[in-house]
Design a binder for this molecule. Sequence first.
Ligand SMILES: Cc1cc2nc3c(=O)[nH]c(=O)nc-3n(C[C@H](O)[C@H](O)[C@H](O)COP(=O)(O)OP(=O)(O)OC[C@H]3O[C@@H](n4cnc5c(N)ncnc54)[C@H](O)[C@@H]3O)c2cc1C
Length: 260
Amino acid sequence: MYDFNFQSASSIDDAAAKLSAASDGTVMAGGQTLIPVLKQRLANPSDVISLAGAGLSGITNNGDSVTIGATTTHAEVAGSSDVPAALRAVAEGIGDAQVRNRGTIGGSMANNDPAADYPAAALGLGATITTNQRDIAADDFFTGLFDTALNDGEIIKSVTFPNATKAAYAKFPSPASRFALVGVFVAQAADGVRVAVTGATDCAHRGPMLESALSANWSADALDGITIPTDHINADIHGSAEYRAHLVIVMAKRAVAAAG
Ligand SMILES: Cc1cc2nc3c(=O)[nH]c(=O)nc-3n(C[C@H](O)[C@H](O)[C@H](O)COP(=O)(O)OP(=O)(O)OC[C@H]3O[C@@H](n4cnc5c(N)ncnc54)[C@H](O)[C@@H]3O)c2cc1C
């Protein structure tokens, strides 16, 4: 680990001010990704600014949607009766107890790991990401491998998930990390059927073929006969592109069955 200045922010504005004053600063939420990155000397920030005391944690359900503060941990989401069941299940399936107790929704969204679970839920439910600068629709937020629409110095404040009529997430976890080999979130949302896939490509994305099949017939059987092209599908020691493409359909069917 290289040397850096550690600073603690008392609010999101304080964090933004500290970030802009630093020569090459970064914010830290639970440190579940950032600390290993620093330990491996893959990053060399001048300042690490902790959001732990910035007042960004908490869950509010207003009946139509649930808003989750950026530093709310996965364990808090999993254990909250204010959070719809499908979203609680997403949080409950992340990593292990240690990761769930430290990792945050804001950190997960900002990091945009290709196998992370929350990006699928955000796309699947049509969430809105609120930052210190603006609101960003989930459809516009996840732009590529570990890349998002966040500008330099932009900090996530909260994520708002609209209620869905039916929703569920099915994930085939890596036995080692619990990250998704493939995860599929399905929802009957206000703007129609939404399907989002994580783990299969370099970035979570909507599944238009699955969406049109499920819009015509909301049933697992409606996905029979659909083949996912393997051109952009990830292949590694955990699974070939063909295996992951097959898993997309299997997970989508399980999610539809679970959503009812
Ligand atoms: C062993 C292990 C297993 C895991 N398994 C899973 C899994 O199954 N599924 C899954 O989805 N994830 C998994 N994760 C990831 C984990 O859930 C965390 O969400 C992720 O590591 C981010 O951690 P964090 O919230 O502590 O953010 P940090 O590590 O503190 O930050 C991560 C990045 O996000 C930035 N950041 C943090 N907060 C904000 C903010 N509010 N605004 C702007 N930028 C911000 C930081 O600058 C940094 O670049 C796993 C992690 C580990 C270590």
